[in-house]
Design a protein around this ligand. Structure first.
Ligand SMILES: C[S@@+](CC[C@H](N)C(=O)[O-])C[C@H]1O[C@@H](n2cnc3c(N)ncnc32)[C@H](O)[C@@H]1O
Length: 219
């Protein structure tokens, strides 16, 4: 089993097993604050197309859908989480899939959000590349992640393989912002409090390239 499959396999096992009672688990309780802040920071408009990557049981995308008349989508690697979502929100399109390969057309979405998922991915750069591909030139990406101080973070990273919970590596604030810049997103907002870090960015239109490497849109 390669590293990529290992993180995915353990994430599927863990989140399938807690999907039913997710909101009362430590993960569910910890992410509640993150989701409340994301909801505040996400300014979706009527008619927008919104995607939540690693949507869990659908709480965030469900709340975003109630806030504006948007077309909403959720994707998660755990089939049981997606079953929960489908049982709760009939007016949202949910599918099982990886955050590293998004099943959406180029330039088809207005907003992509993801909450506490990045540290599960084998290669977070794949997520950013995909987010850039699926977002429209005016699109917005909002990423929430757990932040821990340097020493604690490194201990977590060292021991996380032992727990087999699908965790890869946590992010320093600098690394998270760096991923936005590396993938041609301009950072438009930063929120940091306690263990919560949220970065909001927009696609930089003048840097946007189509798949064949040609400039797709200019300023
Ligand atoms: C900590 S939970 C967060 C769930 C939700 N975003 C929330 O805030 O309540 C992490 C979620 O990421 C999902 N996940 C893990 N690896 C994934 C991957 N490679 N692609 C998509 N989802 C993934 C898990 O199944 C789980 O639902």
């Amino acid at each position: 089993m390669n590293q990529s499959n290992k993180h995915e396999k353990y994430s599927i096992q863990k989140y399938n097993s807690i999907a039913r009672n997710y909101d009362t688990t430590p993960d569910g309780r910890m992410t509640a604050d993150f989701k409340a802040k994301m909801l505040e920071l996400c300014k979706a408009k009527d008619g927008d197309f919104l995607l939540d990557v690693g949507c869990g049981n659908g709480t965030l995308i469900g709340a975003l859908k109630r806030k504006a008349n948007v077309r909403a989508f959720g994707i998660d690697i755990s089939p049981s989480m997606i079953d929960e979502c489908k049982g709760r929100y009939a007016d949202i399109d949910f599918s099982v899939g990886s955050g590293e390969k998004l099943p959406f057309d180029d330039c088809s979405l207005d907003v992509v959000v993801t909450c506490c998922v990045l540290h599960h991915l084998n290669e977070p750069r794949n997520f950013f590349r995909e987010a850039k591909r699926v977002l429209k030139p005016s699109g917005t990406l909002i990423v929430a992640e757990i932040w821990l101080p340097f020493g604690v973070r490194h201990i977590f990273d060292l021991f996380s393989p032992l727990y087999k919970a699908g965790d890869n590596k946590l992010f320093s604030h600098r690394r998270l912002k760096g991923l936005f810049a590396e993938n041609d997103f301009c950072v438009t907002g930063i929120y940091k409090r306690g263990i919560m870090q949220i970065v909001k960015g927009g696609v930089a239109p003048f840097l946007r390239l189509s798949h064949d490497g040609n400039v797709a849109s200019k300023p």
